[in-house]
Design a binder for this molecule. Structure first.
Ligand SMILES: Cc1cc2nc3c(=O)[nH]c(=O)nc-3n(C[C@H](O)[C@H](O)[C@H](O)COP(=O)(O)OP(=O)(O)OC[C@H]3O[C@@H](n4cnc5c(N)ncnc54)[C@H](O)[C@@H]3O)c2cc1C
Length: 415
């Protein structure tokens, strides 16, 4: 699958990252992590800290899957707002999920402090604005749900928005406790640190088969080498769909531009993260090197010629969206642009936990706009699952939840 097209900012500004060897002989370890993107990095971090000997294997180079396209917004609020999740899952499950997201943002801030390499992590607030007046009711409903559960949120009226920003919107939520990061640097920095502590990382090594032999998973590479392990973590991103299908997911393409560096951010309150109520939503952030990232305009296709054809059109639209919000940046140049495949689950939640068929194999699939938050959650949940055999939140993210038999069993209380 062509996960990205165009040139991403993170690879453009970090052009000489560490490299790792191919798998060139049979190996054994406690946990084989399939995928050296952000999911593989964060899960390996938690597993290694708990004492598991991990090996990480990727058919590309570290971070060169979807991670290089990730724009690095780290927010507790989700693509699916809390009031919608409550409608789908009930209050208890929905609020538990939002709390886990909030905790994960905080856990990520602890994680980056322990890595002696750059991650461009910065704590941030977010502005979530009503795209037009027809969304104000939903925003009010979302505010009521969030404030009732004591999430850090403030409701802003049109006048309050106008006093803080150069644009006008009918209403907005101002949320605290979010963050931004450079996901490509984060991934490289985690692996660099883990490698110095004994984790083995193999690049350019495609896994073409997985068998359970005498109760243990064995991964087979296209070069004929094996990794025998006690557990496998599928951190293989959206391509997991192709070989080891999950159900209840939708693949789309999303588009991003990065501007040339900007000298003046005085009209952009706290250089906060900005997004909106409409779906697909537009989002904006600034970067450590003073650029602006603008993303969105998702399309329901992942086919490459179509994606390439519209990329330049999308650049013009994203630039115009930026100019409508911040007229002072209308003339700013675009340094690079890219598109990326993007998966969402039907119910807005990731897949974390046991593989439906394969014994001792687990998913770390953060489908949705909050991948970074989901992988931080996955790292902790999977580590506890491997250590203790259970985790109190595993039911929320069970990959079998869209299967009919599973739903029936749940109805009659079999699990
Ligand atoms: C444009 C864009 C913007 C995004 N912005 C955000 C954002 O702001 N915030 C956020 O939280 N999320 C965002 N995401 C969502 C998403 O969570 C990230 O892209 C995330 O970084 C993906 O990480 P990953 O490790 O799951 O996948 P990947 O980075 O794709 O890693 C999986 C790896 O598995 C490897 N692999 C797959 N199959 C095999 C195999 N058979 N053998 C060996 N290796 C294999 C691949 O080569 C790949 O490197 C965005 C996504 C896109 C596309």
């Amino acid at each position: 699958m062509d996960l990205t097209t165009g040139k991403t900012l993170w690879t453009m500004t970090y052009s000489n990252p560490p490299t790792y060897p191919e798998l060139s002989q049979d190996e054994e370890c406690d946990v084989a992590v399939l995928g050296a993107g952000e999911a593989g990095a964060i899960c390996s971090w938690y597993l290694s800290k708990a004492g598991f000997h991990c090996m990480v294997v990727d058919k590309r180079q570290v971070g060169r899957g979807s991670t290089q396209a990730n724009t690095g917004l780290v927010q507790f609020m989700n693509d699916m707002p809390l009031h919608k999740l409550i409608e789908i899952h009930g209050r208890e499950k929905a609020v538990r999920f939002y709390r886990l997201c909030q905790q994960a943002v905080s856990d990520l801030s602890d994680l980056v402090l322990q890595i002696p390499y750059p991650t461009e992590y910065a704590a941030k607030d977010s502005l979530y604005f009503a795209s037009s007046s027809k969304y104000v009711k939903c925003l009010e409903e979302e505010y009521r749900c969030l404030i009732a559960e004591k999430f850090p949120v403030e409701f802003l009226s049109r006048v309050e928005i106008e006093t803080r920003f150069p644009f006008s919107k009918p209403a907005a939520l101002w949320t605290g406790g979010d963050a931004q990061i450079n996901p490509y640097r984060l991934t490289h920095s985690i692996f660099q640190h883990l490698e110095s502590r004994g984790t083995r990382i193999f690049e350019n090594t495609e896994i073409v088969n997985l068998k359970i032999e005498r109760g243990s998973p064995v991964l087979y590479s296209s070069q004929g080498h094996r990794i025998r392990c006690k557990y496998v973590i599928f951190a293989s991103g959206y391509e997991t769909e192709e070989r080891w299908q999950t159900s209840g997911t939708k693949l789309q393409t999303t588009y991003t531009i990065a501007t040339e560096p900007v000298t003046d951010f005085s009209g952009w309150l706290n250089r906060c993260l900005i997004w909106e109520t409409k779906r697909p939503y537009l989002y904006l952030r600034t970067t450590a090197d003073n650029r602006i990232l603008v993303g969105g305009l998702d399309e329901n296709t992942i086919r490459n010629p179509e994606r390439d054809k519209v990329l330049l059109e999308k650049v013009t639209q994203l630039k115009s969206n930026l100019g409508q919000l911040f007229p002072e940046y209308t003339q700013i140049g675009v340094a690079c642009q890219w598109s990326g495949v993007f998966a969402t689950s039907k119910d807005g939640m990731p897949f974390i936990g046991r593989h439906p068929q394969l014994q001792n194999c687990f998913y770390a699939l953060g489908y949705g706009g909050n991948g970074t938050v989901y992988y931080t959650m996955a790292g902790k949940i999977l580590t506890q699952l491997l250590m203790d055999g259970s985790h109190p939140d595993e039911d929320l993210f069970d990959a079998r939840r869209f299967q009919l038999l599973y739903q029936l069993a749940e109805k009659i209380g079999l699990h």
